[in-house]
Design a binder for this molecule. Structure first.
Ligand SMILES: [Zn+2]
Length: 234
């Protein structure tokens, strides 16, 4: 066999192996598995986000409780001062009442906020339970799918290895310069070899100049001027 013929035979095996590799990447089971993985990652992130929010809420409630207790202390101190030293004019009584009202208003505002945060917190808890439940369902599906995929993958990989062994076998006898050329063309055009058919390049369908056609027919290596593939006459 000529170098080009050896390369052609090598290419057939190479195309098969590559097809198998692509089929493995496109496997519907694998695609679904990746989607499940993505979903689980998203749920985990959402859960972490809610945890952060709940933590911030809890911190805020602590701060509000401190503020309430501080306002209550102020109220007690104010009332003690009032008892010990009752004001004797209307203005001072008015000031006292205003101060008491202000503190009571603050306390009521803080308490309202605590109630609102607790309600939000309960909503967040419900959201989290929902997320955890959904994630658990998907996790179950994921595990089943993974078990199925592992079997599929083992089979596909075995087949791929067999095809690659054929590729390696068929590379024997190919001179390094031909192999290098093949690999260089493969970078931009797969498959790298094209058959001459009706004086056209079988790869890109461009009509070839008669000088090129003659060279191909003589069995010498020549590339298509249009797509760069190595041309062969079988
Ligand atoms: Zn071409």
């Amino acid at each position: 066999m000529s170098q080009l013929e050896l390369l052609w035979s090598y290419q057939q095996a190479d195309v098969e192996a590559e097809r198998q590799e692509n089929a493995m990447k496109r496997s519907p089971t694998r695609q679904r598995l990746l989607k499940h993985q993505e979903f689980l990652r998203e749920q985990k992130a959402a859960n972490a986000h809610i945890e952060e929010e709940v933590q911030a809420m809890s911190d805020r409630i602590d701060a509000l409780k401190d503020a309430i207790s501080h306002a209550e202390d102020q109220l007690k101190a104010l009332s003690k001062r009032y008892e010990e030293n009752r004001p004797d004019n209307g203005d001072d009584v008015q000031t006292y009442i205003q101060e008491v009202q202000r503190l009571l208003q603050n306390i009521s505002g803080y308490e309202q906020e605590v109630r609102r945060i607790r309600k939000d917190g309960a909503d967040r808890d419900a959201q989290r339970r929902d997320i955890i439940q959904r994630a658990a369902n998907v996790r179950k599906e994921y595990d089943d799918l993974k078990a199925k995929y592992d079997v599929e993958y083992a089979e596909s990989k075995k087949k791929l290895e067999e095809l690659r062994a054929i590729v390696a076998e068929r590379s024997k006898g190919i001179e390094p310069e031909y192999m290098e050329k093949y690999k260089a063309i493969k970078q931009h055009s797969m498959p790298p070899l094209a058959q001459l058919s009706n004086d056209q390049c079988g790869g890109c369908r461009m009509s070839l100049p008669s000088a090129v056609v003659r060279t191909v027919r003589s069995g010498k290596p020549v590339e298509c001027e249009s797509c760069g593939r190595l041309l062969i006459q079988l």
